[in-house]
Design a protein around this ligand. Structure first.
Ligand code: G3P
Length: 205
């Protein structure tokens, strides 16, 4: 148990690394918490017009979600699904409430994707494809994220037996991640309803 707790804490710390802020600082860009949606995430970094910075943010925030789980499996090869689900949740929560940013973090989309890659790559592909389809048709990053977050646990359950064997604990973790992701998108949901959400490609104000 002590090892599991240590891995959960480690996952939280890894998830806490805010790549939007780190990448922006390294590239000499404005802090993403000062413009646009004020969210430290790839979508908001893209509002600077710097696609490289946005891509690096997406990559870093996704990689840390994947890495936290990969590391846990490496350090504790026999780790059970319940502990792994806690590790996944901890990495995601680290991004939302990072100790390094006074617990004011992002919305978790990229980190959730990284978690999916670690849990089941094909699930990640299906979920990312869902995001892409909505993003292409509607040009709202937030809407694409919400739809993808809804479908990830659905795919996980319904794909079980076909492409993978679902673990109930991981299914629950994905559902909790989805709920938290919706909760973190409250302002986006309000803007989508009012028709004032900013579209992908529009620059910061
Ligand atoms: O990655 C978060 C995205 O879904 C919305 O970001 O900056 O438009 O609030 P933002």
């Amino acid at each position: 148990l002590a090892i599991s707790v240590a891995l959960v804490v480690l996952a939280y710390l890894i998830g806490s690394v805010p790549f939007a802020v780190v990448v922006s600082k390294l590239m000499g860009l404005q802090d993403p918490r000062s413009y646009g949606s004020k969210n430290p995430g790839a979508t908001n970094v893209l509002r600077t017009g710097n696609k490289t910075a946005a891509a690096l943010t997406l990559l870093g925030d996704a990689a840390k979600g994947w890495f936290a789980i990969w590391l846990a499996e490496r350090l504790a090869p026999g780790i059970g699904p319940v502990a792994l689900a806690c590790v996944a949740l901890a990495a995601f929560i680290g991004h939302l409430y990072p100790v390094f940013l006074g617990f004011k973090g992002g919305k978790g989309v990229a980190t959730a994707l990284g978690v999916l890659v670690a849990i089941q790559p094909w699930l990640a592909v299906a979920t990312a494809a869902t995001w892409l389809i909505i993003a292409i048709f509607f040009r709202y990053s937030s809407l694409a994220s919400l739809v993808a977050a809804f479908f990830a646990p659905v795919y996980y359950v319904f794909g079980s037996g076909l492409a993978w064997q679902a673990q109930p604990a991981l299914g629950v973790a994905l559902a909790i991640i989805g709920i938290l992701l919706f909760y973190r998108h409250r302002a986006n949901i309000a803007r989508l309803i009012q028709g004032t959400e900013s579209r992908i490609g529009s620059k910061k104000k």
